[in-house]
Design a protein around this ligand. Sequence first.
Ligand SMILES: [Zn+2]
Length: 395
Amino acid sequence: MKTRALYEMDSYLDELESTVTVVDTDQGRPYALLAQTIFHPESGGQPGDRGWIADTRVADVRIQEGEVRHYLEQPIGTGPVKMRLDWDRRFDLMQQHTGQHLLTAVAQDRFRWATTAFHLGEEKCDIELDVPQLGPEDLQRLEAAVMAEVRAAHPVTAWKVPPETAAALNVRSRGLPAGHEGDVRLVEIAGLDINTCGGTHLRNTSELESIKLIETERMRGGTRLYFVAGSRVRRRLGLHESRLGQIRSLLGVPDGRLSEALSDRLEQLRQAARREKQIREEAAPMLAEALAARREADVHAHFESADLPFLQRLARLAAELAPAKSVLLTGGADPSGFFVLSLSENKADKINQIGSRVAEILQGRGGGGGSLFQGKAESVSKAEEALAFLRQGDG
Ligand SMILES: [Zn+2]
């Protein structure tokens, strides 16, 4: 027995008493078929509904093998049940979906920009328009034209007609799905648009509340236009306000000066980084001298804020000043970081062999390049252990 799709007749039906006729599993996922359903399955760019059947969560709804399968988090039995939609989610989907119909109709009829695809995302939606590029003024004009139709409060209705009747009407359609049989479902925005669609829609454009065009992205053969409709506009604005408030208090300036203040801070950071590098460069010869002057045959030093090129430079300078010493330098915040090793001249030909062992002790990996061996270390605190190994080699 085929499920009666009540969502096609009344998309505002959010609760229903029905009967589970079949229960089964699909690759281990339990699902149920029902005599009637208010759950819209995933199709035409609209995600499947969520909700509850007899207090069991509906995880997804899809058409498989011609049936509307309600995939459930737990198996249930057959018999009479009460089903309930996650209405907030469904209403949001209806707002986005109806918003797309209106946006597509206005873009086509007023601007000759044809819609070639639609995606309904969790955060934002998009339509793909057959136009090479849209500027900020284009978006302003399109948004203003769409919002005028939202305020005009056009009724939105759906009904079914035989295919030949649909052909005689001025229907905007991307064609029916392959293998379609029987009546065609039409959705009309009064005075603006008739479209073939199996989805769920608002009953009036005024329920869209608002449509905000967000941004465009150039894509092969057209332009992707992102938008949000309905309560998403308020939710998004709320999020933006809260983030802006955090940034405002971090930077301590009013909104109008945020970009300028942030740009100033970034420039200060760049300057500070340049100064820091310069100071390190200036200090390198003195540090190398200090390392070379140490009494031990093999020496280790750790520099928490140094980078790898600095350690390499320091190791080369120290090796020049004290060719009889092996030098192990580590950097980074404990415990993980990096290391550079230079060996005393009598062991220099074993750099790869000894370097690999040092890397192992530091729980890292590395490779040799010329007179140095360097790599990453998971545990720079084991440097003393590595140094003991180097000294062992001396004895
Ligand atoms: Zn639709």
